[in-house]
Design a protein around this ligand. Sequence first.
Ligand code: GAL
Length: 465
Amino acid sequence: MNKKYIFPENFWWGSATSGPQSEGTFNKRHKSVFDYWYEVEPEAFFDKVGPEITSNFYNSYKEDLAMLKEIGLNSFRTSIQWTRLIKDLETGEPDEDGVRFYNDVIDETIKNGMIPVMNLHHFDLPVELYNKYGGWTSKHVVELFVKFAETAFKLFGDRVKYWTTFNEPMVVVEGQYLYEFHYPKLVDGEKAVQAMYNINLASAKAIKRFRELGCTEDGGKIGIVLNLTPAYPRSNNKDDLYASKVADTIFNYSFLDPAVKGEFPSLLINLLKEDNILWESTEEELQIIKDNTIDFLGVNYYQPRRVKAKESEIDNTKGWMPEKYFDYYDMPGKRMNPYRGWEIYPEAMYDIAINIRDNYNNIPWYISENGMGVEGEEKYIGEDGSIQDDYRIEFLEEHLQYLHKGIEEGSNCFGYHSWTPIDCWSWCNAYKNRYGYIAVDLATQKKTIKKSGTWIKEVSSNNGF
Ligand code: GAL
């Protein structure tokens, strides 16, 4: 490599995890939908490994955060679990041990020289709120989320300056209501659409509370983390182009537009109206969405979405599904990550950067997740006992090169977080694919820095590579 890639001053070199994927369920007050699902159907999880222990962060956060410092990270995102922080879900009253734990995590993060980024929802709805109210299809649950958010802002807003309301809300819609990969595994387009709206509303209402509480006055900022999966058409033929436009609108812009511009895309509204499944909304709610847009955006990018014009018969057996508007396109010759079954397409980093620059007011943003999940990494252990994950270094460098190009051309990106610092629990995949800079031995909970951990330290200290 001849060219040097140097990033803007104060660039975030960090990494992200979430509460439910790293802490373990120790001492939690409530069960999330995942805790409950594992209880009733453990065989749905890879090797039947559940959320009880995960990477033991609840007990080992001090040592873990010190290791993050050791690999040179200057920022760190995790999430506050609703099911841990809140004692009374109706009032938002906090739990003493939950408060103690998150206070310690935040203080330790800062003590180790890292900026804490705290997210409020990472797929982990308290299962009681699904059983009692139907979860995200209920506007009462929206109100309860705002109470939880308010409790968190009041408790930690003095030290946490970067907040995000939701992580990948579209995945909640897809997993819970369309494609059956999150509990309660429904296939129900109408509910999916209502949940999509309600989560947008919940985010805007939490942002409103944040500002009313004065959290912005001493530099607090609030955003959202979205998984952007740019849709690429098979060809430039107009039907293929339309297919990709609809896919982008449903999967990406349904959250990006309200978050940044305060409005849902008109194409989305028109399609849902025509299909007779538009959500229930009020003028007042839409005004709240309009008035409470984000300060910054987090983008999780793993893979693109390849689509073509609808050629197959529309399958009506499942009711309304986004796929009535397009077919997936199996592009010949695409590069694959064989473990995760995801396409590798680093060029999308540049496309995302330019899209934000040109169509989303060049809002300040960062890559909040990007990474490579690999199964069976033990086989790459080198003589010194550490995993030689050169494939990961190569993956990350390629993605960073395209991000760099976007920044050079004026995109307002202020950081890069990989997924994830320490191998963690990936929902139904449990510990099948590992993503970390640091390996965890599940039998002993011993944590060992991989070669990529040494690499990121260099990158971070040189602000580039
Ligand atoms: C993302 C998600 C993370 C993590 C990652 C890797 O979509 O935000 O929680 O699981 O995928 O699988």
